[in-house]
Design a protein around this ligand. Structure first.
Ligand SMILES: Nc1ncnc2c1ncn2[C@@H]1O[C@H](COP(=O)(O)OP(=O)(O)O)[C@@H](O)[C@H]1O
Ligand SMILES: [Mg+2]
Length: 377
């Protein structure tokens, strides 16, 4: 959905070959919340959400490594997967295990053997089952199969299903909305049968907003925000790499606590770069990207599709919305017109949090860049 959008924080001047290994930082609070959920019987679908590059996938990866062996993890990342029909969906979900003839054998291995590290990317099944899915082409069969699959595993272990970048299937429409059928399965697995923990991860705040207001999901979900590091965490993170006060201050002021940016800056410093210069370049680059986005709307016009209807994007209104960030770091979700909001969120400039009803830039770097842009507008 968002792959054609300007990459954030991209700086070609920092060479990849000098990269050092940055160790996983903090997230104690988020990990505790997830462990608390995992220690109880599955009850709700947990939506892990937050701005792009805030460290959601990293957190999940870390958590998976730490989980004791009574948990069986099925991690499915839809990133980079193009799902436009039933076959794509089946391919994204399952992983072929060529060694096994019967899927019951797979289930047996998974649930009985006390092997360490039962972590799967994709749900392992046999060629026979996969062929059947491709022949029958009904979601009902797939979802029924999954229910049986997790029921079998849950006899001995605790299955955990994690779907990363779930918004990728938010727009797929075959018969009915695929996403609704999937939510039905998730509700069966959690709220109704208490079989399997379900985590759905997404950076798409418009998608979360939709989920949040979806009647069928009301009272059936938990929400966990994974945000950029705050001021204290950012200072502490940079202290860990021996940074001086001035560099830390410049970094927080212009770039903020987005983990991916901090990793980049730590590496820039390791390779002897002047942090003030690098921060300045990052800001110039992002400012230029936002300016270009606005210039295009102004000169070429812009359109956006919201719930199947096409709307014209107004340059003046976009600038007006961005101007509200000159004085505030976040504003009320409903202070912004729906078209501008959808456009700026889709273009990864703004992030909406439906739980707090606040809207803010995707990062402090975006906040700084927006302020530069509106100063000249
Ligand atoms: N807790 C963390 N400690 C250190 N680096 C992190 C942490 N979280 C994220 N990062 C860095 O930021 C990058 C982007 O994080 P990622 O989890 O892919 O973001 P998201 O899934 O939220 O879009 C990671 O590849 C990693 O380099
Ligand atoms: Mg991710």
């Amino acid at each position: 959905m968002m792959d054609d959008i300007i990459p954030i924080n991209h700086d070609p001047q920092i060479e990849e070959h000098n990269m050092i290994e940055v160790t996983f930082y903090d997230r104690e609070q988020e990990i505790k919340e997830m462990m608390d959920i995992l220690s109880m019987k599955p009850r709700l679908i947990t939506f892990v959400y937050g701005p792009i590059n805030s460290g959601k996938t990293e957190l999940i990866t870390h958590l998976i490594e730490e989980l004791p062996d009574n948990y069986i993890i099925f991690y499915i990342n839809l990133r980079g997967k193009f799902i436009s029909n039933y076959d794509d969906f089946v391919r994204a979900l399952f992983k072929l295990d060529r060694e096994k003839k019967e899927y019951k054998e797979i289930l047996k291995t998974i649930s009985e053997v006390s092997l360490k590290s039962l972590k799967f990317t994709g749900i392992p099944i046999t060629e026979g089952v996969l062929d059947l899915f491709f022949r029958e082409k009904t979601y009902e069969d797939v979802f029924e199969f999954l229910e049986d699959y997790f029921t079998e595993i849950a006899k001995n272990k605790v299955p955990v299903l994690i779907v990363d970048e779930l918004q990728k299937i938010g727009d797929v429409r075959i018969n009915t909305h695929l996403i609704y059928e999937l939510f039905n399965l998730f509700i069966r697995l959690t709220k109704e049968l208490h079989l399997c923990h379900v985590f759905a991860v997404t950076s798409d705040s418009l998608f979360i907003k939709q989920v949040y207001s979806e009647a069928m999901l009301s009272g059936r979900c938990d929400y966990l925000l994974v945000d950029d590091f705050d001021y204290e965490q950012t200072m502490d993170f940079l202290d860990g790499y021996g940074w001086g006060e001035q560099e830390k201050t410049i970094t927080w002021q212009s770039v903020g606590g987005k983990p991916v940016s901090l990793v980049k800056l730590v590496n820039a410093k390791v390779s002897g770069k002047n942090i003030e210069d690098v921060v300045g370049r990052m800001l110039t680059l992002r400012t230029g990207e936002i300016e270009t986005m606005l210039k295009r709307v102004n000169e070429l016009g812009g359109e956006i599709i919201i719930e199947d209807a096409k709307y014209r994007v107004s340059y003046e209104k976009l600038v007006e919305v961005l101007k509200s960030f000159a004085a505030y770091e976040e504003i009320g979700m409903n202070e912004v017109d729906e078209i501008s909001k959808a456009f700026l969120v889709k273009n990864n400039v703004l992030f909406v949090d439906p739980l707090t009803k606040l809207i803010k830039p995707q990062s402090r770097l975006d906040l700084s860049a927006i302020r530069e842009v509106v100063r000249g507008a």
